[in-house]
Design a protein around this ligand. Sequence first.
Ligand code: IVH
Length: 697
Amino acid sequence: MRLCRGGPPPTICKLLRHRHEIDWVMTANIQTRVETLREQLNYYSYRYYVVSDPVVSDAEFDQLYHELVALEQAHPELITPDSPTQRSGSDLSEEFPKVPHPAPILSLSNVYNEAELRAWEERALKLLPTGTQLDYTLEPKLDGLTIVITYTNGVLTQAATRGNGEIGDDVTPNVRTIRSIPLRIPVDPSGPPPPERLVVRGEVLMLKHDFEALNRQQIEQGLPVYVNARNTASGALKQKDSRITATRPLKAFIYAIIDSLGITLDKQWDILAYLRDMGFSVLPDAGYYPTLSHIIQQIPTWESRRNDLDYEIDGVVIKVNDLNAARELGVVGKDPRGATAYKFAAQEATTKLIGVGVNVGRTGRVVPNAQLEPVFIGGVTVSNATLHNYDVVKMLDIRLGDTVVVKRAGDVIPNIVGPIIGARTGAEQPIEPPERCPFSDTPLIKPDGAVDYICPDPHCPERVFRQVEFFVSRGALDIEGMGPQTVKTLIDKGLITDEADIFTLTAEQLLTLDKFAAKRVESLLASIEAAKQRPLPQLITALGIDGVGSTVATALANTFGSIDALVAAAVEDLDAIEGIGPVLAEGIAAWFADEHHRAVLEKMRQAGVKMAAEARVLASHELDGMTFVLTGTLPTLTREDAAQLIEDHGGKVTGSVSKKTSYVVVGASPGSKAEKAESLGVPIISEDDLKRMVGQQ
Ligand code: IVH
């Protein structure tokens, strides 16, 4: 009776004990069956969402759910407000005018394995004329929000959310701000003529790299970080003021035609091609396959690529390509029979928050870190997750001892989506920021308007460790043979107190360390010696100034030419550089004005570290005075090689597109920079064009 301790009312308890005995036989008593399903499903939801101890599989749940949907459809008089089918319904809000959809905005049934997918096809084939052979499209199942957009004679006239599937929220002004949604079709005036009326359906979302950039920007401006891309996209789409939506990096991918006048296409694959020709961003990486076996072969590839994609997916969608057959198959509840979603294992799970640790970064930022009861999510065991900062902890009301939802997305550190309030026992403890740094015992400070607490002590051993660890790492000075463990030992033994001390380490000192024999010491000293001669941009990157990655560091090196000139630079000089805004300019100036940083730089100079750029010998002056921006993956050159090529011929590379940009070099899967170039009328060129400009082709 473990199942029912402290849990549901006795009737459900009894019901569950007999779950297998009550396998339902078709009887006249439909009402009893509906009631049973309702109680069962509500209890299973409670086990899943509230106590995070599910008693049935997702698939079993779905099966019962769909049975209930079908019965309620046939007998609408049996629908009650507490039916689980009444829960998922609607995202309507009072803020927006309502608009009816021209056809129901349907959902998808789910399958979880090959057998269920095969069974889905078999059910379909039984309903179609004998001998029918089905072919399919395979599309990613994007984890975003449905959008329904109407074009009248080629002009975007309305955009609505899914709402309850029949009626949606009119969010037209907001959708107009999304640059990947054409305001007029076809985008290419020489394309096919626009239909009189076209209503398309797609998904609005934030790409992972845009979401991460948005959060970097939030951090840079001392604002709270967003916890998850889907909710952030949803919040952005439902803004009252479309000027706010416009500042959020939303994207839209279109995958279906809901209604049209003047188009006769009867294959899903042709629809995708047509939508592409009209100028929509269609689903990335969608494919056509002649049989279900071909589809099944593709699924493991999709599942393993999942974390490498720039968009979040929770599965793939398999659609019958022949739309006439799909129409004939009809709909069960809200799910068309002609399509199904193959869902991947959830990247989310619930577990207990058993402790909160504190990380202190190289800049002193204090980041609370959740210690979790280990839980298996999407193939790995997770026992730590970031809590971002104490404002997030407060906002989400996360308490020690809470049952929390943990999400793993890509390579990013897992994060806590939120607590399950209903699972609280009352013993949970609020989480307060520590008063002192656990590593240096210095009182923490929270600068006005900032979200993060800071350990202000530049000699804090944890800050020094993180700083040096970064300084020597591959993306920075790249000192081979100096991993985090060595750095830790050097600090613990008192051999270094900051990153500059590395350059004065001696063989005698290193030989006192465990496992450091003559040979290893010699090679480490050689790497350190070599690191003294790194190019200026690399040195600036290694300093670890907040917001200064390799692109900004290169711009700084190109503009100022030496560390001395940078130390002397005024905020206005920094602000004048492309890609550096006022907040970053202030931050850089403050970094170089800091006494501790100046002392470290002086020690580096004394130790013989090269602090200025060498006069460059150019291969040609072909690109003199021109500014380039690189975006997307180029066919043969890495980003660094392309930048080097441009600089070798006298050109400059910057991070963001403006009117001053001469050319944008675009590769595969370009980011928003290509769109920006287009809107500013900056010429877009390929890698080949670039090579031709410098006489390499
Ligand atoms: S087709 C009748 N295709 O998944 C067609 N939906 O679980 C029904 N979704 O509400 C939708 N990617 O918002 C379709 N390639 C895709 C999709 C997709 C994501 C979403 C859509 C839908 C939900 C259903």
